[in-house]
Design a protein around this ligand. Structure first.
Ligand code: AHR
Length: 514
């Protein structure tokens, strides 16, 4: 079967690309922070600072994270920030109340050696904006406000004096603060059964935190389609005091697999279902945006924080997701493409999570591995320029079966595309994902008036099998290959390998000087 597809891009229609769609998330869960980013074991590895492994740091830095969320997740609704500041020897060893039940022995108790000051240092060195999620589930509004004061007040207030005493006189100016995590869920400490119950307590937190620093922005917990009335009931009371409303989605989600006891099947059907997760994320996003507009008005300034999203199907992936394959990288690619397309309605998105825990980067004591998801993320991060273009591909379709949170779809397009424009240089980058399990697709790309230079670059993430992955023994099985291609006068043709992600970077043709 000869599969074809085409993308026609009108480069005159574009909107600003929100850089924070490339955000990340780290949590005191599994080996994400302990024995992932922050490692106190005897290792023959250099450290960037404290016990932050340099190899992990460098891999994080290569993604130029615009924003990082911390300390959770579910962990945040159990975390007392005072446990994690001051001299390391005096920090409290505390049961990880959110995650002890699935933790490896060394992380059942949190030693709190990676706390606020270390998180801020990490963000500063990475050039990322810190986003702190306060404890709403098991702490008071006052405790949250004191954390804001610790981070943002000039010396002279009790908490900022404490910060100065611990060696950090300059305020950290943390601007983004989350108030609770997934608080609609019975799994969450401090569970609120309805949006209005949450709103009443949220407002107490919000007012106390704003009194500590008027300039902060707050992220409130939003509800996805499982909780259809949550956003309305919350916003009726708190729309005027919310800057972001958060949305979380995982594909196909752990509930589908009996709390994650089973693996994900390496079958063609399950492969397509995983990638269709991007359609589920997009539908959820558009539905969420509608609930926001219905409750707070079309022109609401409240932004969407899609602050947890990824593939996830079993609990062992919360320790280290060493079963992520190219298939899961394709999900990441398709999702980032949707975020580019809808970046006019998303204020921030944070992939869950950065290291080990459903992670992009996997660590072992003597090496790290970059997953196909990491490589896909890097491709979009490297070649997404400042403006988002409309670039819908026309392609053949395939039927998708439902599984977990992903719905059946008799006609999923085989090619997913997105594009961006660099207004300064005029360069256009076109991303195309060939989702076909085992067939290549011939793709033709054309523009409205844009005249590309005679040569373009391609960067392709591919491997022999969609189920290939990178491991310590074979870290480059799935990799990105770059090449130069000749562009056509009216259109440019390329072949997309099966189960692959390609980015074509077109430079603008230079006008000849007369
Ligand atoms: O990312 C793992 C967990 O998934 C987070 O702690 C929680 O918010 C979500 O359920």
């Amino acid at each position: 079967m000869d599969l074809t597809a085409k993308i026609r891009i009108d480069e005159t229609k574009h909107h600003a690309l929100e850089e924070k769609i490339f955000g990340h998330f780290i949590e005191h869960l599994g080996w994400c922070i302990r024995n992932g980013i922050w490692d106190e074991r005897k290792l023959a590895r250099p450290f960037e600072f404290g016990r932050v492994r340099r190899d992990v740091f460098d891999a994080m830095a290569a993604l130029r994270p615009p924003v990082i969320r911390w300390p959770g997740g579910c962990f945040s609704d159990t975390y007392h920030w005072r446990d994690g500041v001051g001299p390391a020897r005096d920090r409290r060893l505390a049961l990880n109340r959110a995650w002890f039940w699935l933790s490896p022995p060394e992380t059942i108790f949190e030693n709190n050696h990676f706390g606020t000051d270390e998180f801020i240092e990490l963000c500063r060195r990475l050039g990322a904006e810190p986003y702190i999620n306060v404890n709403f589930g098991a702490a008071s509004a006052r405790e949250a406000a004191e954390w804001v004061e610790y981070c943002n007040a000039a010396p002279g207030a009790p908490m900022s004096d404490l910060r100065a005493e611990y060696g950090h006189p300059e305020p950290y100016n943390v601007k983004i603060w989350g108030i609770a995590n997934e608080i609609w869920g019975i799994h969450e400490r401090g569970w609120c059964p309805t949006g209005d119950i949450y709103a009443r307590r949220y407002l107490r937190f919000h007012r106390a935190m704003k009194a500590a620093d008027e300039s902060i922005s707050c992220v409130a917990v939003g509800g996805n389609r499982t909780f259809p009335n949550w956003n309305r009931r919350f916003l009726e009371l708190a729309a005027g005091e919310t800057d972001y409303l958060s949305l979380h989605e995982y594909a196909p989600g752990p509930a589908a697999f009996h709390a994650g006891l089973l693996g994900y099947p390496d079958t063609k059907d399950a492969y397509y279902t995983m990638i269709a997760g991007a359609d589920m994320f997009e539908e959820s996003l558009l539905w969420f945006r509608e609930t926001l507009a219905d409750a707070a008005g079309e022109d609401t300034p409240i932004k969407i924080a899609f602050d947890e999203w990824n593939a996830w199907w079993k609990n062992s992936q919360l320790l280290r997701a060493d079963d992520f394959t190219l298939r899961d990288g394709l999900l990441v690619a398709c999702t980032l493409g949707r975020f580019i397309r809808h970046s006019n309605i998303i204020g921030m998105a944070n992939l869950a999570q950065f290291v080990n825990t459903v992670g992009l980067i996997l660590t072992w004591p003597d090496c790290i591995v970059l997953t196909p998801s990491y490589l896909a993320f890097k491709l979009y991060r490297d070649y997404s320029f400042g403006r988002a273009l409309d670039a819908c591909a026309e392609s053949e379709t395939v039927a998708v079966k439902s599984m977990g949170a992903v719905a059946a779809n008799p006609k999923m397009p085989l090619v997913d595309s997105s594009a961006t424009l660099d207004e300064k240089t005029g360069a256009v980058s076109v991303f195309a994902v060939n989702k076909h399990f085992d067939e290549p697709v011939s793709l033709r790309i054309s523009f409205n008036k844009f005249a590309p230079a005679a040569e373009a670059e391609t960067h392709t993430l591919a491997s022999e099998s969609a189920f290939d992955k990178n491991t310590p023994e074979s870290p480059d099985t799935v990799r990105v290959a770059s090449a130069k291609i000749k562009t056509g006068k009216t259109e440019t043709s390329i072949t997309l390998p099966p189960h692959s992600v390609t980015c074509v970077v077109f430079k603008k043709q230079q006008r000849k000087k007369k």
